[in-house]
Design a protein around this ligand. Structure first.
Ligand code: SAH
Length: 213
């Protein structure tokens, strides 16, 4: 079997660059994060494959392409503050931290939050700020955020997240009335105006909460 570093390079070539995720900062970040450590030991050999993987509690770590694409779409600059809804394994949060962003991440399942908090600390991503809460309500005291990324799919764009978005700012969220498929949607705030741009069909786990399912 190829070593993890070789698997990571292959993932970057075949799943990211070949499909248009070619922002050098995103590629460097995804090369730096040891994705195999964000899944159960028994699944480590599959960690760099082209699909999501289970992380327990009915949740998944997103497909590498989706993490790379969303990270690239954010067009974030070093030092910006970003709020992630759906910490899950912590992989997306670690990629955002590698991009030099000031990361806040919310998870609703306490056990996942605790496990991921320990992992991120051990991997030197301890500066990522985490909390257990319903992320559809955002993180009001820490906002406004220049970027918000939601990694679970809900029926609508939660209004509290739009309210906590800086101006200018951008939010990425999978939205749709169908639980199994959503439209990855880019929401821009500029000069007080909010516009939505549908981008791509995707399939995420449910966003569960006050402004979710
Ligand atoms: N970004 C994660 C993806 C995890 S899957 C990763 O890189 O691994 C999406 C996560 O969103 C799940 O862990 C799920 O529990 C969480 N989630 C769903 N609804 C939520 C809500 N309202 N607030 C916070 N987290 C939520």
């Amino acid at each position: 079997m190829l070593g993890f570093q070789r698997l990571r390079e292959k993932m970057i070539r075949e799943q990211l660059v070949a499909r248009g995720v070619d922002d050098p900062a995103v590629l460097a970040a995804m090369n730096a994060v040891p994705r195999h450590l964000f899944v159960d030991e028994a699944l480590q050999a599959s960690a760099y494959e082209d699909h999501p993987l289970p992380i327990g509690f009915g949740q998944t770590i997103s497909q590498p392409f989706v993490v790379g694409l969303m990270s690239q779409l954010l067009q974030a600059e070093k030092g910006m503050s970003v709020l992630e809804i759906g910490t899950g394994s912590g992989y997306q949060a670690a990629v955002l931290a590698e991009l030099g962003l000031c990361v806040y991440s919310v998870e609703r399942i306490r056990e996942l939050h605790l496990r991921t908090a320990r992992l991120l600390r051990n991997l030197k991503y301890g500066r990522v700020r985490l909390r257990v809460a319903d992320g559809t309500l955002g993180w009001p005291e820490a906002g406004p955020f220049e970027r918000i990324i939601v990694t679970a799919g809900g029926p609508v764009v939660p209004q509290p997240l739009v309210d906590q978005l800086a101006d200018p700012g951008m939010l990425i969220i999978p939205v749709g009335q169908n639980k199994r498929s959503q439209t990855l949607t880019l929401v821009y705030k500029e000069d007080g105006h909010v516009t939505c741009e549908p981008y791509l069909n995707v399939s995420f786990v449910d966003l569960v909460g006050n402004h979710g399912w």
